[in-house]
Design a protein around this ligand. Structure first.
Ligand SMILES: Cc1ncc(COP(=O)(O)O)c(C=O)c1O
Length: 405
């Protein structure tokens, strides 16, 4: 500080604007003077000539041929994500699972091998476990936190894809991205939904593709269903070739919602991270809970990695309610401000009980391998006053423990 009132301003801005500034500006180039990106609510576009129509039908970057191929509003969202991620290109999808399935099924063929982790969003896990084998694609699951296990699972000449999710749903295990990037041979893909483009510079570590369920923090208001993958022009073009046939393309209204969400991602993430960290700290000393997990808590088993790899602790935290399944269920039914709903990254604080909701399709041994206990609770911290959230959580813990109210 130069004096009591005036903060120092960093005038040496060689690195360009910070990501929190970038989110306010990105994705506007192709939309002339409109400050807010216009919604192109059209499925098709008029071509000037047959040659022009043919050129557009075969171009991966055409945005005015047919909206399953491309659309100016969707392209604006894709450009925004590519710029934020430091990627050459991006492709948007109708959901996070649209992006995950396009990457996996667009890049792998019969006889190929994939390495992924046990601690995964359940939809991705079921894709690897149930769908890939039907198409003759073998999958090996490893412990996300074990860099050596990733390396040992790669089969030279056969492993085409390594798919990581970090921080992982729901227990916030981390994958060391620097180590992952050193794996020779396969393409490295990272689902960075929990980190967001602001919380982690995923591609800077040297992996090939980064993807997000933009339904979550990027959209940020529980009103869009959207996914996106970003990487080199060559890989995105390849994925585009599959995506136009897969048909899980984003719609222009959702893409506009994704862009609107991006504008406030910086301030939302800052508030949610501070609020989540305060609650995690408070719960750490509470005898009614155990195993509180938050990346920026010193007790997180990968705390050093979290500090190296993440710019924010994030809005997610997990803990186990003492008393197992019954206590876990009672807890999520006892909160009043925090709502029992399956999603994350929005303005409302949400609680989930993975064992009976998001991960209900997994066998008991699979739940255990993913680190999900009968009393595990995942919380997505919203934009409410942090004290109000904490008050509600502590009162619900009392009710779950059968304490007199
Ligand atoms: C880490 C992660 N990846 C992917 C998805 C799938 O996203 P969507 O629901 O948008 O298909 C989710 C959904 O919760 C998720 O948590």
């Amino acid at each position: 500080m130069t004096n009591d009132d005036t903060p120092d301003v960093d005038t040496a801005r060689d690195a360009g604007p910070r990501p929190e500034t970038q989110v306010v500006r990105v994705g506007r180039d192709a939309n002339s003077s409109a400050l807010s990106v216009p919604i192109w609510a059209t499925t098709t576009f008029v071509a000037d000539s047959v040659d022009e129509g043919r050129r557009m039908a075969t171009s991966t970057t055409s945005s005015t041929f047919y909206s399953r191929y491309g659309n100016p509003t969707i392209n604006a969202f894709e450009d925004a994500i590519a710029e934020l991620e430091g990627a050459e290109a991006a492709r948007a999808f109708a959901s996070g699972m649209g992006a995950v399935s396009a990457v996996v099924l667009g890049l792998c063929s019969k006889g190929d091998h994939i390495v992924t982790q046990r601690q995964l969003y359940a939809g991705s896990q079921l894709l690897f476990q149930a769908v890939c084998p039907r198409f003759g694609i073998d999958v090996t699951f490893v412990d996300a936190t074990d860099a050596v296990a990733w390396q040992e699972a790669v089969q030279p000449g056969r492993t085409v894809l390594v798919f990581a999710e970090t921080p992982a749903n729901p227990r916030l295990d981390l994958v060391d991205l620097d180590r992952l990037a050193t794996l020779k041979g396969p393409m490295k893909v990272v689902d960075a939904t929990f980190a967001t483009p602001l919380g982690q510079r995923t591609l800077d570590h040297g992996v090939d593709l980064v993807l997000h369920s933009a339904t979550k923090a990027i959209g940020g208001h529980n009103d869009v269903s959207l996914g996106v993958v970003a990487g080199s022009r060559e890989l995105i073009d390849w994925i585009w070739g599959f995506a136009v046939l897969q048909g899980a393309n984003a719609g222009p209204f959702d893409a506009a919602g994704g862009l609107k969400g991006l504008r406030t991602l910086g301030v939302r993430l800052a508030h949610q991270s501070a609020s989540a960290q305060a609650l995690a700290t408070r719960l750490s000393g509470d005898p009614r809970v155990e195993a509180v997990r938050y990346p920026f808590l010193a007790s997180h088993p990968q705390h050093d990695l979290a500090r190296r790899q993440l710019r924010h602790g994030g809005g997610l935290l997990t803990f186990d309610v003492v008393g197992g399944l019954d206590a876990g269920r009672r807890f999520v039914e006892s909160t009043e401000l925090c709502q029992l709903a399956t999603s994350l990254g929005g303005p409302e604080t949400l609680v989930t009980h993975p064992a009976s909701t998001t991960h209900v399709g997994l066998l008991p041994e699979e739940l255990e391998a993913a680190g999900i206990g009968p009393g595990t609770i995942r919380m997505s911290i919203g934009l409410e006053d942090p004290d109000d959230v904490a008050h509600d959580v502590l009162a619900a813990l009392g009710r779950a423990a059968g304490e007199p109210s």
